[in-house]
Ligand binder design. Sequence first.
Ligand code: ADP
Ligand code: MG
Length: 275
Amino acid sequence: MPLLKVENVSYSYDKKTKALKNVSFSAEKGEHIAVIGHNGSGKSTLAKLLNGLILPESGTVSVDGIFSSDKEKRFEIRKKVGVVFQNPDNGIIASIVEDDIAFGPENLGVPRKEIGERIDFALKSVGMEEYRSASPARLSGGQKQRVAIAGVLALKPEILVLDESTAMLDPQGRKEILSVVEKLKREQGVTVITITHYMEEAAEADRIFVLSHGEIVMSGSPEEIFRDGEKLKSFGLELPYPAYIAQKLKEKGVPIDGAVLSESELAEKLVALCR
Ligand code: ADP
Ligand code: MG
């Protein structure tokens, strides 16, 4: 049975627009899914539905067989699904970093001693161990975002949803967070759902969903999704930059074959051509 099941989910904030229409998908333990789509396509709405912050208007969301609509088990869903949103300021509540991170596990009834360990683990994971006693208010945007991510990691969720949570970081910071996420997936079987507008980030996932106007309009492996630049364009999206370069080179007659998704793949193909 898949860990996460989203079945025929629709949601609207008001009568005018449907933010999500009949969305269905499932995710296995340890799977990495990327969700991409233009602004307003429904990505954040999906993130909020996954941990029961909002409930489907029709259809169901279930995690490990627990439905988000089951009021008595809402706590269970929150434990299993950790969501990091775009703006870190919304998530920070305490005046010291470690208290902020402790807040979630304390609410879930984690024993004191274990909370200390979880804070260590979470801060180390995001490279912020030196800021344990710092005031979140004095941190940069990128550092705040790392604290927000650490706060969710301290909950040890089975499903980690990152809603454009690396957007405020510089490329190096983004890489570091992604490698943490990759490690959680590999070593602890965490299911990862990254919502991103960085196509190269999406290319790292096992599967990609493209949302447009509240509907899943494409789904497949990164190779499948990034095969058709024109189709992506029709949904307001671009190819990952290395794939774009490869496509342009092909148009100019350079014989590059197969999928090119990352800089290293592009470099390999170009080096091979020079032999
Ligand atoms: P994305 O994250 O892909 O940019 P959202 O899920 O935030 O998309 O938004 C999907 C649709 O729902 C958009 O049309 C947006 O304007 C609308 N929407 C989002 N949040 C609200 C809200 N709190 N109230 C009313 N409409 C909203
Ligand atoms: Mg959004």
